[in-house]
Design a binder for this molecule. Sequence first.
Ligand SMILES: NC(=O)c1ccc[n+]([C@@H]2O[C@H](COP(=O)([O-])OP(=O)(O)OC[C@H]3O[C@@H](n4cnc5c(N)ncnc54)[C@H](O)[C@@H]3O)[C@@H](O)[C@H]2O)c1
Length: 343
Amino acid sequence: MEKNGNILITGAAGFIGFFLAKRLLEEGFFVVGIDNMNAYYDVGLKEERLSELLGQEAFRFERADIADAGAVREIFQRVRPRIVVNLAAQAGVRYSITNPDSYITSNIVGFYNILEACRHSCDGAAKVEHLIYASSSSVYGQNRKVPYSTQDRVDNPVSLYAATKKSNELMAHAYSKLYDIPVTGLRFFTVYGPLGRPDMAYFGFTQKMVRQEPIQLFNYGDMYRDFTYIDDIVTGIRKVMENAPGPNGDGVRYRLYNIGSSSPVNLLHFVEVLENCLMKAGVIDRPAQKEYLPMQPGDVYQTFADVTDLERDFGFCPSTPLEKGLEQFAEWYAAYYADRGRK
Ligand SMILES: NC(=O)c1ccc[n+]([C@@H]2O[C@H](COP(=O)([O-])OP(=O)(O)OC[C@H]3O[C@@H](n4cnc5c(N)ncnc54)[C@H](O)[C@@H]3O)[C@@H](O)[C@H]2O)c1
């Protein structure tokens, strides 16, 4: 991939955006990051990630809200990105019950502004060559068929978050078709790792273990999740960035892929590995107290990504074992919270 020209990443102070920006900078690319630094979770963590990027000459940061059409337009005109990776979004399933507005603002209006800016980049000399955007495994709702394939019907979302992500897929397809913008959508499954998101279960479990509070295991721990380590995800996105899609069977330069590990892990096993890693890193000194509860309404038994398309087209092959990934998380957690004297 050519090194000249800017790569624009929205949500660059976020978990995945930060690690992607870091990798691209290491490889010698120019990266512009957008983030509004909202307080959905600990802003200190976003600042921590950003401070590492800001130290690098080839990185520029734009503190902006993608829901602000004028700001997005102005940044696109000035930066003239070659490749755009849209990761900014309001994430989280449960939060969408109490804060629906932020999903519509960031995920619908914000994403529309990104599509419009890509469309109008076609008017000038610096056309966006490839837009990559984040969708989510949550679009599969309560799909019972496994593994989850992008061929499965996903018309029954069970959260507003999922509905906005499915809408993104439809909007992106329409813009790709109408304005001939090469677009790739990626349905992420549960991503974990150092500097991860405190709103996610493995992080919440860790905080509870530290406070010696019981962790809740629904369906008595009999659940399976497709966990993917952050480095594998970044490698996957990088591979996708190498090649903008050519016309598909309908003549549209649009593709949609699952990006996950494709080997679901039992929740009890996951917790056991997490406990061991946290004990080894000195974060906790005893196993977690566990509360075994029945299945919660709306929860899914299993998430399981069929990644054969991504494997076939890009040679995607996640390789980080759970033990290694959680060890990295635990070591980071120990160092980060020891430094700050808070847990
Ligand atoms: N991490 C996962 O397991 C996972 C799973 C499925 C989908 N995804 C999707 O992948 C993307 C990245 O996820 P993440 O885990 O890095 O989340 P994250 O919350 O850590 O990162 C998102 C970043 O976007 C920023 N942001 C949110 N709304 C914004 C707005 N309106 N304008 C500008 N910036 C805004 C936030 O401040 C945050 O830093 C998201 O779209 C998310 O929905 C992630």
